[in-house]
Design a protein around this ligand. Structure first.
Ligand SMILES: Nc1ncnc2c1ncn2[C@@H]1O[C@H](COP(=O)(O)OP(=O)(O)OP(=O)(O)O)[C@@H](O)[C@H]1O
Length: 650
């Protein structure tokens, strides 16, 4: 497309394009088509004897969830997988998409007639709309484009494609609206679903799998979603397979082919239009004005039959009828023909022929950082409420410990202020769990579709949290430190910030580690709270460090709150001189709890003497900082390994 199509400016940084005189509808569709769709040839998908067998955890017997399913979908065709609940639709979709453990799978999937790995040419659209709620529709799609468009595409090409997909999915009206969060009412459920699908298929993958794309939508929204997908499949010759629950008559009519499953067996596979005739021939004609989809589902539903064998017989009857029909013979012929033709040409689609990521490690990290930054700065729950809470707490602490002073009785007050600063800031890092869990869903979806790998995500998550933790630390200590009246020296105030920041960084790293391992809000919250509570108890404030029981001594080494607390104590006390109270009995000049005999004469003792009396003789600020950095690293590596090895359903 010639550049004069656009009269506006292009900002290369975030693809913000302002177009003044040309509407987005003017974008030359041919340009988009030729640039995005013809990079590789269309893919036909065929499968033979596809079976999924597991060992039933209860009975320990072998159980076939999907049995000997054959079929073929050609480029531009859309296949609907239907069946009653528990028929095996999701299992079959996962199986076809290569997302099941191969040890439980038998049969072959053919890509353009050759066995291959469909993962490298496909996208799997999950049921949930994992999107960044605080970003707009366009921003969500744009970030997906940033991540998965090859570097060879110009800004103009990218913009054209984004604009095009927004149009194709009917999202123009809401393109600049936010998706929505608990605070901001966003776009509708149907629009959300279309946005989620659009952001996953904008690279026009040759094969698209959709897991119940219309579930939870009203019939008009469901139709719009399916219509957008079908139009795209036709226009760009994409092969689409979607599992679907009870489509309306209009939505059902959009499909080209139908696979009807019951107890994991094929009850019908073939042209959607011919299904009516097929069941009519079997003696189950669809009553006039009935939705054929409803009719078929009712016919093959055995859930409410009195006994299991009756249900089994009912399904077997349809399955046998189909296996003896001319339909299966035709399908098998088509599959064999595709395989025969493929022997003469075509390449095997496998890992070798597919480039895994569009962007390199560095670019993936930068793009993810940009998105996380936007997400965090706009996310009230994730960030601003936390900042406000820490500032309120700083005010509260400041007024409670107001100008704590240098008398002997103030030692305990200082210790409490040190302890509370670390403990509360660290404890409240649990406030980051909901935000992380939302982001984790997006990560899961994008990672499984090959947008980026785990390394850049973990690195981006780590780096982007640094400025936010600095803001939290500084906004807290700017208020609390002078109000409490801790060691009046810029150098000491700086170290206070450093150790508070490091503690917060460990706490945040622990939160992402635990939430990645157990991605359930209440469970992650409980475990993080327990861990923080435990570290608080053994950090040496409630129980003197040398009095902690032997069996809990190990915890002292990994207790990040201990390192931060002790460093802050030392940083505050060393260099200060404190006053003792006069001895009312007159036996000595002063009553000093610290500093020995000398102090009782001079009525003064040093902060170092306080540390000595508590057994804090080994605190080395640099070593303690290193220990905290080590813990950050350990939690971050753990976070990386969990994401890397954790097997999600998809
Ligand atoms: N790993 C497994 N272990 C035991 N049973 C399984 C396993 N995976 C699937 N099943 C069983 O296989 C059957 C088919 O499951 P599947 O989720 O594929 O059905 P579905 O048609 O998608 O159902 P729905 O429409 O309700 O989502 C169910 O009875 C399910 O309980």
């Amino acid at each position: 497309m010639p550049e004069e199509y656009f009269k506006g400016e292009f900002e290369s940084k975030d693809y913000t394009v302002s177009i003044t005189s040309v509407s987005s509808a003017d974008i030359n569709e041919q340009y988009v088509t030729s640039n995005f769709s013809s990079k590789s040839s269309p893919v036909s998908l065929a499968w033979k004897n596809l079976t999924y067998q597991i060992t039933d955890p209860k009975t320990k017997k072998q159980k076939r969830i999907v049995q000997n399913v054959n079929g073929i979908v050609n480029p531009g065709e859309v296949l609907a997988i239907m069946g009653p609940s528990g028929a095996g639709k999701s299992t079959f979709l996962d199986l076809l998409a290569g997302r099941k453990d191969p040890k439980n799978v038998s049969g072959t999937v053919f890509l353009n007639g050759k066995p291959g790995d469909v993962k490298y040419v496909s996208t799997y659209v999950m049921q949930d709309d994992a999107l960044m709620g605080v970003l707009t529709v366009r921003e969500n799609i744009q970030f997906a484009a940033d991540l998965c468009f090859p570097t060879t595409y110009t800004q103009l090409e990218k913009y054209a494609r984004i604009q095009n997909i927004i149009q194709e999915f009917g999202l123009e009206r809401v393109a600049d609206n936010k998706i929505g969060t608990v605070f901001v009412r966003g776009i509708s459920g149907g629009e959300k679903r279309r946005c989620a699908i659009a952001s996953q298929v904008l690279t026009l993958p040759k094969v698209i799998f959709l897991d119940e794309p219309t579930t939870g939508l009203d019939s008009a929204a469901a139709y719009n979603v399916m219509n957008a997908i079908v139009n795209m499949a036709k226009r760009y010759e994409l092969t689409v397979v979607a599992s679907i629950h009870q489509p309306s008559t209009e939505t059902y009519a959009l499909f080209d082919k139908l696979l009807l499953l019951g107890h994991g067996k094929t009850l019908y596979f073939g042209e959607r239009e011919k299904a009516i005739n097929y069941f009519e021939q079997l003696g189950y004609a669809c009553p006039p004005y009935n939705n054929p989809a409803d009719h078929f589902l009712k016919l093959v539903n055995s859930d409410f039959m009195k006994d299991i064998s009756e249900a089994e017989q009912h399904i077997t009857k349809f399955s046998i009828a189909y296996s003896k029909s001319t339909y299966i013979t035709n399908i098998n012929r088509q599959i064999d023909e595709t395989i025969r033709l493929a022997n003469n040409y075509g390449e095997i689609i496998s890992k070798k022929t597919a480039k895994r990521y569009a962007r390199n490690f560095f670019m993936q990290t930068i793009i993810l950082m940009k998105r996380s930054f936007k997400n965090a700065t706009r996310n009230i729950l994730m960030f601003w409420i936390r900042v406000a809470m820490y500032m309120c707490l700083a005010l509260l602490m400041g007024s409670t410990w107001w100008k704590v002073g240098y008398d002997q009785k103030n030692i305990q007050d200082r210790f409490s202020a040190h302890f509370f600063s670390v403990a509360f800031l660290a404890f409240m890092s649990v406030a980051g769990i909901p935000g992380f869990l939302e982001e984790r869903l997006v990560f899961q979806r994008e990672r499984s579709n090959g947008f980026y790998s785990v390394g850049p995500y973990v690195l981006a998550n780590t780096l982007i949290s640094i400025p936010f933790l600095i803001i939290i630390t500084v906004s807290f200590s700017m208020i609390a430190y002078p109000m409490i009246g801790l060691h009046e020296n810029l150098h000491n105030a700086f170290y206070f910030n450093i150790f508070l920041f490091l503690a917060l960084f460990v706490a945040e790293s622990m939160v992402v580690f635990i939430s990645a391992a157990i991605p359930i809000f209440v469970a992650a919250l409980a475990i993080t709270a327990f861990a923080n509570g435990f570290f608080m108890v053994v950090e040496g404030y409630f129980v003197r460090r040398d009095s902690i029981r032997k069996i809990l001594k190990w915890a002292n080494y990994i207790d990040y709150q201990k390192y931060s607390f002790e460093a802050i104590v030392k940083n505050d006390l060393v260099g200060l001189t404190f006053n003792c109270d006069p001895d009312p009995s007159g036996q000595t000049t002063c009553l000093c709890n610290y500093g020995g005999v000398e102090a009782t004469k001079t009525c003064k003792f040093t902060g170092q003497e306080v540390l000595n009396s508590y057994g804090y003789t080994d605190i080395n600020l640099y070593e303690w900082a290193l220990a905290l950095l080590g813990l950050i690293l350990a939690f971050r590596i753990g976070f990386y390994l969990i994401l890397l090895f954790r097997k999600n359903r998809h």
